[in-house]
Design a protein around this ligand. Sequence first.
Ligand SMILES: [Zn+2]
Length: 64
Amino acid sequence: MYSRTQNENGSYNTRCLDCFMTVASCVETERELDLLEAHHICPEKALAELLAQERAAEARAASN
Ligand SMILES: [Zn+2]
């Protein structure tokens, strides 16, 4: 999820709603926003995935 805002000069900013990091600012086109958002590596999502993997490993260990 991203929060897009528009500047007075018509350019855009976009912020990640998971880690609240500004992904890009002063972007000219929405097409460029799409690309920049797609390339954002979110530390919050990476952490959540890591924790999910650990929980899955623990569940496997507990069932053995
Ligand atoms: Zn993020």
